[in-house]
Design a protein around this ligand. Sequence first.
Ligand code: ADP
Length: 613
Amino acid sequence: MRKVAVIFVLAVLAPSLALAWLAVRSLRDQQYLLERQQSLLYQRVTDTLAQNISDRLSQQQREFSAEVESLASTNGARNTALQFDDWIRQSWPFAEVGFSVALSGPATSTLTCPTPTAGPEAQRFLVDNGGFLGNAETVEVYNVNNSKSGNQKTVLNGDNSFNNVQSVQKLDANVPLAANTESQAQNYLAKGKARAVIPQSANFQSAAKQAPDPDGNLSKVVPAEAEFRKFIGDGTDGMLARFLQNKLKLMFWHRLSSDSNFVFGAQLNLNRLVAGLRDLVQPEPELRGEICVAILDDNARPVAVSLPDFHTTWKRPFVATEIGEALPHWEIAVYLIDPTRITRAVCTTNNILGLLIGTFVIAIGVGGWLIVADLNRQLARARQKTDFVSNVSHELKTPLTSIRMFSELLAEHRVADPAKQRAYLQIITAETARLTRLINNVLDFSRMERGEKKYNFRDADLLNIVRETVETYRPHLENCGFELECALSPGQLPIRADADAIAQIIVNLLSNAEKYSNGDKKILIEAGRRDGPLPCAEVQILDRGTGVPRGSEERIFEKFYRAHDSLSSGIQGSGLGLTLARQIARAHGGDVVYERREGGGSCFSLRLPLKMD
Ligand code: ADP
């Protein structure tokens, strides 16, 4: 039994608990995984929109170049260089100030336009950029040189050398979602310009820790100190961004194809430029109910928003991607419309999975307990059967030995005293009766087990059956020194029953009263009508013996069960007498029950339904 329990614990219970523990642990990672999944999805949105904006700017840059070429071819390069500010502002809507630079010598340039007389805007422009465009001073600029090929853009790095960096390095969609350690996420994010994930949801503390700081410390968009000539190099056109008094200034420039000494440029009106980008700030239709997309300027202020009525802490987007060198430190950012949605979804999933895990563990526990209990029962039954065989063998052997011994004495005429002869004959008769009873019990039991026990129901008087049975049994009991008192109610107790089967019950109960009398040899039999909600006929057999041990009051009716073990009590038995008694009584619509007798001993009651006329 212990072995089975150990196997069960090792093979079933321990692995199931380990699995449950693993499942509970993985539940804890659910929220992170879900948010990671979401961030990857939305990261793709911001990457695409950032790319679209870069493409739009490149397209506008090309339009500007075409406009420059057209003005120069119509009016001549020199005329255009003098009038460029006026003309470009009239012909191209995004121009705020137009400028033209005449390149002379390898490291000199002259700003030919605008002139200070052109107005306050031109004057401010000249103050801000005159030195730089005249190649007289170096300034910090962000550079996007369109003349370089492919999807690579060139920025000047800190030491003034050229350095190619990928314009937008997208988050790798194939990165396993389980790459959830802080360092993995950091490395992964640090690869590109994507700035993920500034969580909006309150419960997103773990992810918040690993996100880069909201000020964009992971930005790859860095300015470089450069002179104008070195800055444009051999390029044909490009964009140039500067921060002046903390304000972004974006310029397009183009080198004239017919005369490469002329470079024309324009400072862009950012408000008009942003207005032109608004149509790009829209997520795919299926995501519109989930997220709001915004272009954030370098101070994390929204300049274009997909949902005009949406308000949030703009500095804390769910994910964001830098647009690039054209609009340095500007970002496309995604905000969750309902930041608690993921937490709620995770909570629901966690609850369902938790409930399932709990149910499975309980089911395994209960199943295991049932299996062990059943095994226990089976083992106990197997033990009982073994005990039964040895008990029955013993019960057969004892009377057979006495019968043989006394019959041999009589057969060999070794007992001359007639009184002794009679006593021996009585013993032989009693032992034979005992044998017969035992064999009848065993046979009846096996018939009942097979469902073959037949009853011969007839109208009978229970008092009569009791009287006859007691009188048959009385000589044996009195011979054994018992005092037998029989108190039968007057009249009749009509029942419909198999009289022999009822007699068998009474004999079994009497025989038990005799066996478990424990030296106090007084047996009382009472029979009468029992009143109550359901009146019935009742026979009670009371003794002053050991009584049934506490806890075994019901079990004594189970087959093979013996509360008084033969070895310790020395009382022989098969554990079948009460089982049979109850089964017969129940087959008659009645029962046999045990009660503790007041003053010590047992009281067994046989109850049978009264026959109604
Ligand atoms: P057995 O052959 O062992 O007597 P029974 O089915 O007749 O089998 O009884 C089952 C058990 O009930 C007995 O082993 C005994 O422990 C208990 N028992 C039965 N009758 C009495 C009684 N009159 N007094 C005390 N214990 C009893």
